[in-house]
Write a protein that binds this ligand. Structure first.
Ligand code: ZN
Ligand code: FE
Length: 259
């Protein structure tokens, strides 16, 4: 018999100052994944409220606002912790070390692991291809990307290029609500981009009502996010690096860091 396609139930809630918490529930098996663990007590309370028990933690990278709640959630639920092989020694309680191409079985669906280093050297993303969903941590944000703390600009651009190649209808679940500040910067580097200025207006309306701007869709970001558009000749010329994608990316990242 054909198995009918399931739809993941993704519960989003604010954590800490500007992080998003995500609990992902697979309704047939009942499995529930915490995507990163910025705040253990918040995650446990939200899971309780939904009647779910956390079975998996899927970490994207080692920063405390992503893995800081691991041990407490594992202590309460006995869940299995999955995280990046490339920085496993910094992931509290890690059980399963993941890298590019690994598959995380999750009830009726699964996630394919992508190595997306740059923000940290081991950063990974989780692509649920049959759901058109990717959890990207701090690799890419709506109209932004993560600061390049540990890797090189070229490494970060290569990681963003892999995310750019996902199906364009993919919903990107990033880890922070940074969109409005990102928009203020983006319009300074790409002021003639009508799709961007329209998006910026929409963002201001959403935020004025206290509404989230995350997740975002990849096709929208491809048209507007300057960090994903460093290969665009118009942006390359405007940044003073015609024909050079990595230099253009580095210029945009540097300007944002000083903005
Ligand atoms: Zn981070
Ligand atoms: Fe973060």
């Amino acid at each position: 018999t054909l198995m009918t396609k399931i739809t993941l139930d993704i519960h989003k809630f604010p954590c800490l100052n500007d992080n998003y918490g995500y609990l992902v529930h697979e309704p047939v098996s009942g499995k529930t994944a915490a995507i990163d663990t910025p705040d253990a007590e918040k995650y446990l309370a939200e899971a309780d409220r939904k009647g779910w028990t956390v079975t998996h933690i899927l970490n994207t990278h080692w920063h405390p606002d992503h893995a800081g709640g691991n041990l407490r959630i594992k202590e309460v639920t006995g869940c299995t912790i999955y995280g990046p092989a490339g920085e496993a020694e910094k992931i509290p309680g890690i059980d399963v070390k993941l890298s590019e191409g690994d598959i995380v079985e999750f009830g009726r669906t699964n996630a394919r692991v992508m190595d997306v280093p740059g923000h940290t050297l081991g950063h990974i993303a989780y692509h649920f291809s049959d759901q058109d969903v990717a959890f990207v941590g701090d690799a890419v944000f709506a109209l932004g990307c993560g600061r390049v703390f540990e890797g090189t600009m070229e490494m970060m651009w290569n990681s963003l290029s892999k995310l750019k190649a996902l199906p364009s209808e993919t919903q990107l679940y990033c880890a922070h609500e940074y969109t409005q500040a990102n928009a203020r910067f983006a319009v300074t580097v790409d002021p003639q981009n009508k799709a961007l200025t329209d998006y910026a207006l929409w963002i201001d309306e959403r935020r004025a009502e206290g509404l989230p701007t995350v997740p975002t869709r990849l096709d929208k970001e491809l048209a507007t996010n300057p960090f994903l558009r460093a290969d665009d000749p118009v942006l390359q010329a405007a940044m003073g690096h015609p024909g050079n994608t990595v230099e253009t990316f580095a210029e945009i990242r540097g300007r944002k860091d000083r903005f």
